[in-house]
Design a protein around this ligand. Structure first.
Ligand SMILES: *[C@@H]1O[C@H](CO)[C@@H](O)[C@H](O)[C@H]1NC(C)=O
Ligand SMILES: *[C@@H]1O[C@H](CO)[C@@H](O)[C@H](O)[C@H]1NC(C)=O
Ligand SMILES: *[C@@H]1O[C@H](CO)[C@@H](O)[C@H](O)[C@H]1NC(C)=O
Ligand SMILES: *[C@@H]1O[C@H](CO)[C@@H](O)[C@H](O)[C@H]1NC(C)=O
Ligand SMILES: *[C@@H]1O[C@H](CO)[C@@H](O)[C@H](O)[C@H]1NC(C)=O
Ligand SMILES: *[C@@H]1O[C@H](CO)[C@@H](O)[C@H](O)[C@H]1NC(C)=O
Ligand SMILES: *[C@@H]1O[C@H](CO)[C@@H](O)[C@H](O)[C@H]1NC(C)=O
Ligand SMILES: *[C@@H]1O[C@H](CO)[C@@H](O)[C@H](O)[C@H]1NC(C)=O
Ligand SMILES: *[C@@H]1O[C@H](CO)[C@@H](O)[C@H](O)[C@H]1NC(C)=O
Ligand SMILES: *[C@@H]1O[C@H](CO)[C@@H](O)[C@H](O)[C@H]1NC(C)=O
Ligand SMILES: *[C@@H]1O[C@H](CO)[C@@H](O)[C@H](O)[C@H]1NC(C)=O
Ligand SMILES: *[C@@H]1O[C@H](CO)[C@@H](O)[C@H](O)[C@H]1NC(C)=O
Ligand SMILES: [Cu+2]
Length: 593
């Protein structure tokens, strides 16, 4: 009797759970003057803040986000890394899954969070990320935090401390910051025919300062083996270099001197991340919201136990520093066993494009702020001593191995690289995805009409699709590594190599060069980082098609996205979802608020 009553209540409560009203968030987008690094400019704010407020959720939550667009321009908001299981219309890509939200307009995204971990939301229109239109998302895990605590330690106290740290993390957004708006930067890039490679400062949680360097010092940070890539051009006072692809004729007189040559240092207030010794551990969840920079981050006198990569728990790896690609997330546990005090967090761009760094502070409560500590990396993001361990992404192993299909139903070979201009990019060799397509009718409404477009990859549901990214080019076509981000359906990285990919399929390559592949427990990074060397290179991935809908795949370097490095993805076009009327051609969200 008692047992059946209990069961009955259990059934009732789970039924109630599914009827529960959604967790609601409101994002008011505005355009106002602020000075995150001490220099005033107009920028995007979310609920009056920069970065926007954290959206905190629990695994399994139903969520509703209302976006009120009080910006003077069109926009959309995308939830980076969230699967949007059965809700493709809430993914936020203009021209693909929804219409642009006009100034004064509104849009409501509704979805269920099926995942856990660290994500972020950001504009998916033009280069608006570079104007500050983003904020963090954290989804508290239901059961996985316990598994991670158990993997990290054997004693109950440490396990409890790690569990608490994971449940209540410090969200740390690492960005680059520009004194020109994204529209101005694009205008400069097109006029000068350059790839935008220079920023004004690096920010931690929306704060930083302008730092100026001696060009000789900046040059000294380049390893001799790479110095030829600078093409004999020196760094400027901004730590920038004029070294660009020689593929195009650049017109540097169209670049304002404020962008490259002039540097006025500021002493704006920097971010402080507060921790308490008695908690034993803290989780620092780094979110890569930079537009072009790839910051290497390190904390003086503290190791980082990396345990989450892009929303997936991994076998923890202890490092001293890690480089965070655009759009990526790395969460690390930090042991709070040092003398209570203030420890610098150093954030330094790791590319050759620019020598620039930012700082924040890890501050122990009731500590001595004048304490001495030792950095692991220099201003160029390079390790200072040979015993400093920098995270090697090839060592990442999922905590729970997830074996992908051992054969693919279809294969796409994509040549990725520049297309005619220094600033124009292609994900399939000969077509750039034009920005104007954002204003087109969403493909979600009418996928059949788009299936054969050269800017679309259409796949069948319940299949596995191999994608081989081939970075073409040579020493004259200098380019950074491209972080390719696929929305929704997961992409496992199977292998990579340098040189030409001389095969027609992964199966064929696995036969010839098995050592270049891992088909057993590959990671599922999002984005997938592409080789950054200036010679041909390749990376192969397999995509599991299980959530039909209109999605997107693109480079997460903002000027590369606006430069056309994107493809629309009609995932599972054979089992297309029925679009709710509110999200279809007749749907109308009305005015903001
Ligand atoms: C958003 O703006 C509306 C209209 O001004 C206001 O009523 C609401 O409180 C704002 N919400 C937030 C979270 O700021
Ligand atoms: C916990 O104990 C097991 C068995 O002795 C050992 O293999 C493992 O390395 C320990 N884990 C940690 C994090 O110390
Ligand atoms: C970029 O900013 C600088 C400094 O504020 C300004 O002089 C320049 O006109 C801006 N560029 C464009 C294209 O507006
Ligand atoms: C770069 O500039 C610095 C300082 O002006 C100078 O000492 C150095 O020799 C220059 N390096 C090159 C490669 O021109
Ligand atoms: C280079 O840019 C300058 C400034 O925008 C412009 O006046 C000039 O015509 C451009 N030169 C060429 C060759 O396009
Ligand atoms: C630096 O300051 C000088 C003097 O105030 C000013 O003329 C120049 O435009 C400033 N440059 C930048 C990049 O802000
Ligand atoms: C803190 O703990 C780590 C891991 O156990 C250890 O390697 C390190 O030496 C400790 N640091 C201090 C200052 O005790
Ligand atoms: C930081 O580490 C260095 C080198 O290991 C050590 O000499 C120094 O005392 C440490 N600082 C603190 C505050 O523990
Ligand atoms: C906003 O998008 C619409 C199409 O949806 C387009 O007609 C309009 O020009 C855009 N407005 C701005 C300011 O870009
Ligand atoms: C798509 O495929 C997945 C399995 O890969 C399946 O679970 C799902 O039900 C399919 N969706 C539709 C709409 O058929
Ligand atoms: C390098 O690549 C460019 C662009 O594909 C091509 O035009 C050029 O001939 C290549 N140069 C060499 C030395 O192979
Ligand atoms: C691919 O083929 C080219 C030309 O035959 C050869 O030079 C290159 O080494 C091959 N690449 C690999 C990875 O085998
Ligand atoms: Cu790119």
């Amino acid at each position: 009797m008692k047992l059946s009553m209990l069961l009955c209540f259990a059934g009732l409560s789970s039924a109630l759970l599914s009827l529960e009203s959604p967790k609601r968030f409101v994002l008011n987008l505005t355009w106002d003057t602020r000075a995150p690094d001490g220099v005033e400019r107009k920028q995007a704010l979310i609920n009056g803040q920069f970065p926007g407020p954290p959206l905190l959720m629990d695994e399994g939550d139903k969520v509703e986000v209302t976006v009120n667009n009080y910006l003077p321009y069109n926009t959309t908001i995308h939830y980076h890394g969230l699967e949007q299981q059965g809700t493709s219309w809430s993914d936020g890509v203009p021209g693909v899954s929804q219409r642009l939200i006009p100034p004064g307009g509104k849009f409501v995204s509704k979805f269920t969070v099926t995942q856990y971990g660290t994500y972020w939301y950001h504009s998916h229109s033009a280069g608006q990320i570079m104007d500050g239109l983003y904020g963090p998302i954290y989804i508290r895990p239901r059961t996985a935090a316990k598994d991670m605590a158990n993997a990290m330690a054997n004693d109950t106290l440490t396990r409890a401390q790690i569990y608490q740290a994971i449940k209540d993390p410090k969200l740390v957004m690492l960005s680059d910051w520009f004194h020109n708006t994204s529209e101005e930067l694009r205008e400069i890039a097109l006029d000068a025919d350059i790839d935008t490679l220079c920023t004004d400062s690096l920010l931690v949680n929306g704060r930083g300062r302008v730092r100026c360097v001696d060009p000789g010092y900046a040059s000294s940070l380049v390893p001799p083996a790479l110095s030829s890539l600078l093409q004999g051009k020196n760094y400027t006072a901004k730590g920038n270099t004029y070294a660009q692809t020689t593929y195009a004729q650049h017109n540097y007189s169209a670049v304002p001197s404020t962008m490259y040559n002039e540097c006025n240092a500021t002493d704006a207030e920097e971010a402080v991340i507060q921790v308490e010794s008695w908690k034993g551990w803290a989780s620092l969840n780094f979110i890569g919201s930079a537009g072009i920079s790839v910051p290497t981050v390190s904390i003086n006198n503290h190791s980082l136990w990396v345990y989450e990569v892009d929303g997936q728990y991994i076998q923890p790896i202890r490092v001293d520093a890690l480089a965070l690609g655009n759009g990526g997330r790395y969460s690390a546990l930090v042991k709070l066993n040092n003398t209570a005090g203030d420890y610098p967090i150093i954030v330094a761009n790791s590319g050759l494009n620019q020598k620039i760094a930012g700082r924040a502070t890890l501050s122990y409560a009731h500590g001595d702020p004048t304490i001495d500590s030792t950095p692991s990396i220099n201003y160029g993001g390079n390790r200072l001593t040979s015993d400093v361990v920098v995270l090697d992404e090839n060592t990442i192993k999922p905590l729970i191995p997830n074996k992908p299909s051992q054969h693919a139903d279809e294969t796409y070979l994509l040549n990725i690289g520049r297309y005619e201009k220094a600033w124009r990019w292609s994900l399939n060799g000969d077509h750039a995805y034009d920005l104007a397509l954002e204003a087109e009718r969403p493909m979600l409404w009418d996928p059949q009409s788009q299936e054969n477009s050269s800017l679309v990859i259409a796949t069948k549901n319940n299949t596995w699709v191999d994608i081989i990214f081939k970075v073409f080019g040579n020493s004259t076509t200098l380019q950074p590594g491209h972080p390719l981000h696929k929305h929704s359906n997961p992409v496992y990285v199977l292998g990579s190599g340098t040189g030409e990919f001389n095969y027609t399929s992964v199966a064929e390559a696995v036969n010839e060069i098995p050592e270049s592949f891992n088909l057993v427990d590959p990671p599922i990074p999002s984005p997938v980082q592409q080789p950054s060397k200036d010679r041909p290179g390749w990376r192969s991935a397999i995509m599991a098609l299980r959530n039909p809908g209109a999605f997107f795949m693109h480079c997460h370097i903002d000027p590369h996205l606006t430069g056309g490095m994107a493809l629309a993805m009609l995932d599972g076009v054979d089992t297309w979802p029925t679009v709710p009327a509110q999200y279809g051609p007749q749907g109308h969200w009305g005015k903001a608020a």
